[in-house]
Design a protein around this ligand. Structure first.
Ligand code: SAM
Ligand code: SF4
Length: 334
């Protein structure tokens, strides 16, 4: 179905939990978020019911996120139920990868189509600094496990933050020898993570994608590598969404840039978000939410259908540079 600005909305991001085995600086406060009560979180069968209604308004792609979706009990069964659901064409997931070595095969067998793994640095110390508690090796093992399980594409999401001084070229080079699709995402100063946790990061830490592309190309040339070239539609990884893709000539994978701040893609926005506590968010950057959990528990699937229609109606045309939110990213799902 179309929203009130004529955009086709066919993609739903579902956050399965606000809990996580990491505490990334840009995503949640050091002490974690106050965990939602058992009754506040949608039960697995409630998520299925909401997804079923979502297909009635034209949702065709579902992405599971969090917090960390793989820490949610029942996630493999949910993937199986969603991928068997009439109307759902693909089910994907965004994860920090830590639990993939033990779960990737089961997720693949359950019907998960694609996986995005978040990784912001290849430096072990910086990795622990960013995630506060994580080890680089655990996410690298998760990437290996995803490739071995046969996921294709495997995308790597790297948030770029100016103060971190990340080695962007090293990241881009991950796409050369293996079919990995590296996507640089502009840091979004949202929730408590935007400075109040002591990181001090703010809008000045956004590295615009154009600048990033130029830096990568300059460093590549200095190392004797060719520059990145724009990717043809045939070489774009499936589900390419709002990213612009490039490639080192002959590389197995691609390098993408997602620019929510420097290059709004609101006019192409095709998504709605469902939080773990059952709130439907028409826009990542707007705190306007619709209580689907209450609708389902009090009025059943017809009431949920009304919520989706309301969300379509409420989707703003653009975020107009208002990117702060009351919730942290871990509570919205990215
Ligand atoms: N735990 C999973 C993970 O890390 O992939 C899924 C949830 S996480 C909230 C989803 C995505 O949001 C991740 O790729 C993460 O890097 C990104 N993210 C979190 N906070 C962000 C921020 N402030 N700016 C940009 N991206 C952010
Ligand atoms: Fe957890 Fe993902 Fe947020 Fe990091 S980005 S704290 S892994 S939810």
């Amino acid at each position: 179905m179309k929203d009130s600005h004529g955009r086709v909305i066919d993609y739903l991001r579902i956050s399965l939990t606000d809990r996580c085995n990491f505490r990334c600086i840009y995503c949640m406060p050091a002490e974690g978020v106050c965990p939602m009560g058992h009754d506040e979180i949608l039960r697995i069968e409630e998520i299925e019911a909401i997804a079923r209604v979502a297909t009635r308004i034209g949702i065709r792609s579902v992405r599971l996120t969090g917090g960390e979706p793989l820490v949610r009990k029942g996630v493999v069964d949910l993937v199986a139920a969603l991928s068997d659901m009439p109307g759902v064409e693909n089910v994907s997931m965004t994860t920090n990868g830590v639990l993939l070595p033990e779960m990737a095969d089961d997720l693949k067998a359950a019907g998960l189509s694609r996986v995005n793994i978040s990784l912001d640095t290849l430096d072990p110390e910086q990795f622990t600094f960013i995630t506060r508690v994580g080890r680089l090796e655990s996410t690298l093992n998760g990437i290996d496990a995803a490739l071995e399980a046969g996921f294709n594409p495997v995308k790597i999401n790297a948030v770029t933050v100016r103060s971190l001084n990340q080695d962007y070229l090293a990241f881009a080079k991950l796409s050369i020898d293996r079919p990995l699709h590296v996507r640089f995402i502009e840091y979004m100063p949202v929730g408590d993570s935007s400075g109040s946790d002591g990181s001090g990061w703010g809008k000045q830490d956004v590295v615009p994608s154009e600048e990033l592309l130029q830096i990568i190309n300059e460093r590549a040339v200095a190392e004797g590598l060719p520059e990145l070239v724009s990717t043809s539609d045939d070489d774009k990884p499936l589900g390419w969404g709002p990213a612009r893709y490039f490639q080192f000539p002959g590389a197995q994978g691609t390098v993408g840039f997602i620019s929510p701040l420097s290059r709004h893609f609101c006019s192409q926005c095709n998504r709605l978000r469902l939080t773990a506590d059952g709130k439907l968010r028409p826009c990542l950057f707007s705190d306007r939410e619709i209580d689907v959990r209450a609708a389902l528990r009090n009025g059943g699937e017809e009431a949920v259908h009304e919520c989706f229609l309301e969300a379509l109606n409420l989707k703003p045309d653009d975020h107009h540079d208002k990117v702060g939110t009351e919730r942290n990213m871990s509570q919205i799902g990215g």
